[in-house]
Design a protein around this ligand. Structure first.
Ligand code: KG4
Ligand code: ZN
Length: 341
């Protein structure tokens, strides 16, 4: 069965064709980073306008790359939330129109459920139950997955998502957007133990919190009178210190993510962990999580970066299981900005 997946939840227009929930025939993503870069973050109205321009070209490319026509499809899976409402509307409206005109099933997929299913696009797949840590710009949450539709949230961020913390810290250091890759790069030249930034372990809970860390970085910058955000002062002036700030900030984020996952392995007695979301592109996080897995004899599954970040192959994969379960959405499907899994 061939499913077309569509995701327009945030700033990426994505379409993919996946066979039987696991074999990716195409996976196309049109990125909007250049549009939002100058604003230091995503501008929702610009994102939805760009989705309107890109939705058909991206879907067309996904079909062509897969070597199929619209009438070969068994269904269309679309992300209907959570996300930016204007952006979600574009993907949902397009998916509904396609299904109506071709008479094929519409499959509604929660974005977070989609992220979990990116684990099934690889040769080596986790068996259930497994733990899924989703770390992106919009989400930081830890789930226990017992099977299709059986997801239990163990914890989530109480404030900023991990990727959001990277982006905000990068902005306050004058390093641009998106912050994750920039901070990761300059952290390489720094000492992760140079500054003792806080780690919010929130004992007795699997929840996360990163806003205190962001404030600690801001206070450190102010205390040390670093004018890194001023236009006249080049960040290069404080090169060594910037490297240390980035490395120490990153160490704090990663310590918390790894430690909490380790606790969940112990408490839930599950030795399989899937790490997904844009922040999973971080090499230091991947390494530290894998090292922890070796130590705790747990298997860590980390999909390739193209499946970690927002993509539509994960939506098509989850959509296949919805179709298999007979869970077909009505053509009155409405997207929702807030949608817990
Ligand atoms: O999953 P994603 O592509 O989009 C959503 O937010 O849903 O994740 C984007 C986030 C951004 O906050 C970005 O700064 C972060 O992932 N990110 C990284 C890295 N690459 C991207 N964070 C840390 N290290 C990276 N290498
Ligand atoms: Zn995402």
């Amino acid at each position: 069965m061939l499913i077309l997946g569509i995701d327009t939840s945030c700033d990426d227009t994505a379409a993919a064709v996946v066979e039987n929930g696991t074999r990716v025939l195409s996976n196309i993503v049109s990125n909007q980073t250049e549009i939002h870069k100058k604003y230091g973050g995503i501008v929702p109205e610009l994102a939805s306008r760009r989705h309107i321009e890109m939705i058909w070209p991206v879907i067309d490319e996904a079909l062509k790359a897969a070597g199929i026509k619209l009438y070969d499809l068994s269904g269309v899976a679309v992300c209907h939330g959570p996300g930016l409402i204007g952006s979600l509307l574009v993907g949902c409206s397009f998916a509904k129109a396609l299904c109506y005109s071709k008479g094929i099933p519409l499959l509604a997929v929660n974005h977070l459920e989609g992220h979990i299913f990116s684990a099934f696009l690889e040769e080596s797949k986790p068996s259930c139950p497994f733990l899924a840590l989703i770390v992106s710009g919009g989400h930081t949450c830890l789930y226990r997955v017992d099977g299709f539709g059986a997801y239990r949230e163990l914890g989530r961020t109480r404030d900023d998502a991990a990727g959001e913390a990277y982006d905000k810290v990068s902005k306050l250091l004058g390093l641009g957007y998106p912050g994750g890759p920039v901070i990761e790069n300059i952290a390489q030249g720094g000492n992760p133990k140079a500054i003792d930034f806080p780690r919010a372990y929130l004992p007795e809970s699997f929840d996360f919190s990163f806003s205190g860390l962001k404030t600690a970085v801001l206070n450190f910058v102010k205390r040390n009178e670093l004018s890194v955000t001023s236009k006249d002062a080049s960040p290069v002036t404080h090169h060594a210190l910037l490297n240390d700030i980035a490395a120490s900030f990153q160490a704090s984020v990663i310590d918390v993510l790894v430690r909490k996952t380790e606790w969940a392995i112990k408490k839930e007695r599950i030795k399989r962990v899937v790490l997904i979301g844009g922040v999973a592109a971080n090499r230091e996080l991947r390494k530290r999580m894998e090292d922890m897995g070796v130590e705790k004899e747990a298997k860590i599954f980390i999909p390739p970066i193209s499946f970690c970040t927002d993509n539509a192959a994960m939506i098509a994969s989850a959509g296949y299981y919805h179709l298999d379960a007979g869970d077909i959405a009505g053509l009155d499907l409405n997207p929702k900005a807030y949608m817990p899994l």
